[in-house]
Write a protein that binds this ligand. Sequence first.
Ligand code: GAR
Length: 210
Amino acid sequence: KKRVAVLISGRGSNMTALIEACKDPAYPAEIVAVLSNKPDAAGLEVARSHGIEATPVPQKDYASRTAHEAALNAELTRIAPDVICLAGYMRLMSADFVGQWEGRMINIHPSLLPLFKGLDSHARVLESGMRIHGCTVHFVTAEMDGGPIIAQGVAPVKPDDTEETLTARVLSMEHRLYPLALKLVAEGKARMVDGGIVYSGLGEADRLSF
Ligand code: GAR
């Protein structure tokens, strides 16, 4: 099984979806550690309740982004993950840090990238008048929310949607999408090569979108 570290900043519902998926003996990955830049992230306790090592690396304990990333890197080097999953990790990473894990770090973003990069995607989708929305799992590169797309899930935008109802609909899509995308990466069926995506050995069950 591939060793996975999950980075969170908050409640960690995507992390929990990955933990649940990993309980299937046939799943090709296991969550070996959870790290958070926020010491009070609720997801840390959730991870521990599943018997997973969960460590805060509080950004406020470090004077600079560089110093915080060095501390994070020290933890990650100790953990030696094959794959790093960002799951609601809300701090920008330097190009240096990203470069060290390129091809091995993936993120989930609540929009159909390359549309609606950045924060508050749900509110901006509502404002745009678009009738579809969704979520994306992609490899992390130095360009925020700009790395090669692995898989996407689509959700309708309904006429009476509020930011809350739309967020909830996309979030439940995220919980389905992330385990599916991590599986593709763990099995080597989705790889980042020369800054792009390469798929190989996909079977009937391997969907890239739904
Ligand atoms: C998720 O919707 C995730 O896609 C988003 O934050 C939420 C975290 O929820 N991530 C980003 O916006 C990344 N910029 P969770 O902690 O319950 O998984």
